[in-house]
Design a protein around this ligand. Structure first.
Ligand code: HEM
Length: 217
């Protein structure tokens, strides 16, 4: 049987960038839940001891934030809203029964929502995280502001956890998506079905490259 042609969706630096973010997210989310909810205190041991969790949680947070900025600057343009998103949103019931709708580009409306929700939560987490970071920065801020920042940090953290649970679920639900982020390549049929406009753009680019190479010699 003829093997299907694969299309590059993420190169190695992009994949490493994404998995560094995901790798930081897991202990951050677990220890964060451990800080906020007394019944989850046991999760603080993810860093060895609760004391280590207090020390390491903010450093992991900075690494995750800076790494996500790398993704943000790579993908923000592909996640800008467009007319087609309305078609996708209006037909979400069809999408949920596994029927793609609209002329989707590199990302669909659901992915775009995850993207903007993630960067919003991360900005809030970073800003409030600095204000509550003892012993380095908290001393520079008044107590009422620290209290407000603690609430903001907890709400944004829980928000991000919910967003990422949805993201990881969607990634495993749409068959073939995980390989995009593990191997970097997707079958042409996957791209044509889930992201038809992106598929046409990639094909057009490939054809132009081949033509230029032919002309050059
Ligand atoms: C925890 C397990 C995770 C899994 C299994 C996962 C899986 C994936 C997969 C398969 C893709 C490719 C989707 C496609 O190209 O159509 C992707 C893209 C992406 N992921 Fe994750 N991911 C995880 C965690 C995270 C975390 C923690 C973040 C950020 C806080 C994140 C942010 C993103 C972003 C921004 C994209 C690009 C899509 C876009 O810009 O809309 N992921 N992920």
């Amino acid at each position: 049987m003829k093997k299907e042609k694969l299309i590059q969706r993420y190169n190695l630096p992009e994949r490493l960038n994404h998995w560094i973010v995901a790798f930081c997210f897991v202990p951050l989310a677990l220890s964060g839940l451990g800080f906020v909810f007394p019944s989850f205190n046991g999760l603080l041991n993810i860093f060895g001891t609760p004391q280590m969790a207090r020390i390491l949680h903010p450093f992991f947070g900075v690494v995750m934030f800076v790494s996500f900025l790398g993704m943000f600057f790579r993908y923000w343009k592909h996640n800008l809203p467009e007319k087609n998103d309305l078609v996708w949103a209006k037909n979400i019931h069809k999408v949920l029964t596994n029927h793609e709708v609209g002329d989707t580009g590199r990302y669909n409306f659901g992915q775009k929502c995850v993207f903007w929700a993630a960067i919003s939560c991360l900005m809030l987490l970073m800003a409030s995280g600095v204000v509550i970071w003892r012993p380095w920065f908290a001393g520079y801020f008044p107590i009422p502001l620290i209290r407000l920042a603690l609430v903001m940090h907890s709400v944004a953290g829980v928000g991000l956890i919910l967003v990422i649970i949805m993201h990881a679920y969607a990634a495993t639900w749409a068959r073939g998506s995980i390989t995009a982020m593990t191997e970097g390549k997707v079958p042409g049929s996957w791209a044509k079905y889930h992201h038809p406009r992106w598929y046409r753009e990639v094909l057009a680019k490939q054809q132009k490259k081949e033509e230029d190479e032919r002309k050059a010699g």
